[in-house]
Design a protein around this ligand. Structure first.
Ligand SMILES: Cc1cc2nc3c(=O)[nH]c(=O)nc-3n(C[C@H](O)[C@H](O)[C@H](O)COP(=O)(O)O)c2cc1C
Length: 336
């Protein structure tokens, strides 16, 4: 199977997604439930476009040596600075709920290829226990990402993973803007620094806050004890007219680089995009929408093929910009 076969197969099995040549949020528009953005439906495209507008400066006056794309997060080695993004429910892509096998397939691929994985706490009761079972089956670095329900609910869900192999525990604060989470189990809502401090106090795992879009929010997350933040606007799904993540990343890097690990998502689609994100100061990247496409098209094998494609693109881009290790990547490699 090749990655092109994966895309052809995905077209036959996936719902609501047209498997576009570029996953740029245009065809899915405001389709929610589905993979789209909140109305008017341009948020995912705004994210994608911002990375396309950044150019890479070529520099081949550097000694030849193999490129190494590996690094470490919270002591765990990864072979590529990439986390597969959380999707709470695959019902957004299918008539039957395949969230549990999807998470299992992503974790299987992660364990084999050395990228990191995450999963969301969808509305279905079997999602979290299913993900827990998959985590114990596949030795991957996995981050559960919990929605901002009342703290008692989050603390109960966090406890499920405290003794597990989970690499960290994350709370996604921007889901306060998701209509289908409001009214669930007490409802998703905004969180204060104190709310997050309470959650942090209930785990010995590294604590991650997802959904940071301003320098001030990043500083608040650090004050709350975030060991990592994920710069994200939830793929354009929570607030119309939000800026792209590429736009806000430099301000956030200036504010909190060194105090917390900085992860970024939103419209990153290629190895060159990963290089751009790291050159802007991110430590790692997260990619979401292309993963269900890869899984619907080829299961765990499809996911591996997608990540190997990213790895070869990143390796090539680093080589041509003069970086041999991730720590060589710098802002001078970018042209605006
Ligand atoms: C269908 C769908 C479901 C998602 N579910 C979740 C979720 O449960 N929890 C979460 O933190 N983010 C969720 N996200 C947001 C993604 O994890 C990610 O932040 C966003 O899609 C941006 O990345 P992308 O442009 O690579 O897709 C979801 C995104 C999509 C498209």
């Amino acid at each position: 199977m090749t990655y092109s076969d994966v895309l052809q197969n995905a077209k036959k099995t996936i719902k609501n997604c047209r498997v576009c040549p570029e996953c740029n949020g245009l065809a899915c528009g405001n389709l929610m439930p589905g993979p789209g953005s909140k109305a008017p439906g341009n948020g995912a495209n705004v994210n994608w476009k911002a990375w396309q507008e950044i150019r890479l400066n070529m520099d081949t006056f550097v000694s030849h040596a193999p490129v190494d794309t590996s690094g470490k997060l919270f002591g765990r080695e990864y072979s590529i600075p990439l986390i597969a993004g959380p999707i709470g429910s695959l019902l957004q892509y299918s008539d039957t709920d395949v969230t549990v096998p999807y998470n299992d397939g992503v974790m299987e691929a992660a364990a084999e290829c050395g990228f990191l994985a995450s999963f969301g706490d969808g509305l279905a009761g079997e999602t979290l226990p299913g993900a827990l079972a998959s985590m114990e089956k596949h030795p991957a670095g996995v981050i559960p990402v919990l929605n901002p329900l009342p703290n008692e609910t989050i603390i109960r869900n966090m406890a499920m993973f405290e003794q597990s192999s989970a690499l960290a525990l994350a709370v996604v604060v921007d889901s306060a803007g998701l209509f289908h989470w409001k009214g669930q189990d007490g409802g998703a809502s905004s969180k204060t620094i104190e709310d997050l401090q309470e959650l942090k106090a209930h785990t010995r795992k590294p604590f991650v806050v997802k959904g940071i879009l301003t320098a001030r929010a990043a500083e608040h997350a650090v004050e709350a004890g975030a060991d990592a933040i994920i710069v994200s606007n939830h793929g354009g799904r929570v607030l119309p007219s939000a800026p792209s993540t590429a736009e806000v990343l430099p301000e956030i890097v200036s504010a909190v680089k060194g105090s917390t690990v900085i992860i970024v998502d939103g419209g990153l689609r290629s190895g060159s995009d990963i290089l751009k994100a790291l050159a802007l100061g991110a430590d790692l990247t997260l990619i979401c929408r292309p993963f269900p496409i890869a899984w619907f098209g080829g299961g765990a094998e499809g996911v591996k093929l997608y990540v190997e494609k990213l790895r070869s693109e990143l390796t090539e881009a680093m080589y041509m910009c003069g970086a041999r290790r991730l720590s060589d990547i710098s802002r001078e490699m970018l042209r605006f």
